[in-house]
Design a protein around this ligand. Structure first.
Ligand SMILES: NC(=O)c1ccc[n+]([C@@H]2O[C@H](COP(=O)([O-])OP(=O)(O)OC[C@H]3O[C@@H](n4cnc5c(N)ncnc54)[C@H](O)[C@@H]3O)[C@@H](O)[C@H]2O)c1
Length: 308
């Protein structure tokens, strides 16, 4: 199992590290445009192998796509991250050009690959890959919901004063502060609805804290976060590589599901060796459905900024 990660920055390197530590891939290639940067990150990570006990071989390359040939899965994290006060949508100008050229170079070397898009604005970048490549829709996956759901579970556990392993919940919709739809009505603590333990006001607070989860960290760190994004990507990569048939909310091209068409947005999907093996349709409350529709309108608006 060969995995390429484009962008050896904060998220790319963290993602490569988690993939290596979980030790399910034979090889991870890190590629960056900055001379020597990916080589340095790969060497540093390889020097953790004997300490962390993994055999995954990590190599770094400067913009040499021939080294990515035959990748089963490619992750795109290249592009600029937001600074405090910026929205993800503001990154579109620079990142669209990067994602378009990177995806085409990757597919040239690995025509059968599955692409996971991380660069922001992620839903629109995922749509861009659909529009500019001829990969089938099951092989183009946007990562956002897995991270937003992890942040939702963190906030739920905090409110419940419970261990995170007791909590389950999911965030669908667009990967943006306004667009995220945390499914509070479906969230549970050990199969009991969280609404049995938390007031409506407290649950609203959890929802709001989740939606600004990325912005909160960007303000603290001065740039966007990397540990949880890297871990979330590695979870998707593992589900595909190990054919786990796990359910994650991922950005995928919708063709009528949830009443939505011709956009990529986060909904629950089953991930296995073929990438997105199924889009799962769940029953939403009227409020959740209205929020998802509004979120889709926001994503469509950003998609409208693409020069296709
Ligand atoms: N989808 C999500 O949930 C999520 C979460 C966190 C960050 N992000 C996004 O991921 C992206 C990366 O964030 P980061 O914090 O790692 O940024 P970073 O600046 O640390 O790393 C980005 C890397 O991309 C490289 N790069 C730029 N252009 C390239 C090109 N054409 N080819 C190869 N490499 C290139 C840069 O040299 C840099 O090393 C940003 O767009 C950020 O907004 C998404």
């Amino acid at each position: 199992m060969k995995v390429t990660v484009v962008g050896a920055g904060a998220v790319g390197a963290s993602c490569a590290e988690y993939i290596a530590i979980k030790d399910f891939a034979s090889e991870v290639v890190l590629l960056d445009i900055k001379e020597g940067f990916a080589e340095g990150k790969a060497m540093d990570l390889m020097q953790t192998a004997s300490l962390n006990g993994f055999d995954t071989k990590i190599t770094g390359v400067t913009n040499d796509y021939s080294k990515t040939a035959g990748s089963d899965i490619c992750v795109i994290t290249s592009g600029i991250p937001r600074k405090p006060g910026m929205t993800r949508e503001e990154l579109i100008g620079i990142n669209a050009g990067i994602v378009k050229s990177v995806s085409s170079s990757l597919i040239e070397q690995s025509p059968n690959t599955i692409i996971i898009v991380v660069s922001n604005p992620m839903d629109t970048m995922t749509y861009l890959v659909h529009k500019t490549t001829n990969l089938p829709k099951n092989r183009i996956i946007g990562m956002g919901g897995a991270l937003d759901s992890a942040r939702f579970k963190y906030r739920l556990a905090e409110a419940l004063e419970a261990p995170i392993s007791d909590v389950d919940g999911m965030v669908i919709g667009g990967h943006s502060d306004k667009g995220m739809v945390p499914l509070t009505a479906h969230a549970t603590r050990n199969s009991v609805k969280v609404s049995e333990f938390l007031s409506a006001d407290r649950l609203d607070q959890v929802k709001e804290d989740t939606k600004v989860g990325g912005a909160t960290l960007t303000k603290l760190l001065g740039t966007s976060a990397w540990y949880a994004p890297g871990a979330a990507v590695s979870g998707l990569v593992q589900a595909i590589a190990c054919d786990q048939k796990k359910m994650f909310p991922c950005s995928t091209l919708l063709e009528g599901e949830y009443g939505l068409n011709d956009l990529c947005i986060g909904v629950p999907v089953i991930l296995g060796r073929n990438g997105i093996e199924e889009i799962v349709t769940i029953k939403l409350s009227d409020a959740e459905e209205a929020h998802l529709k509004e979120s889709a309108e926001g994503v469509q608006k950003t998609n409208g900024l693409l020069e296709l």
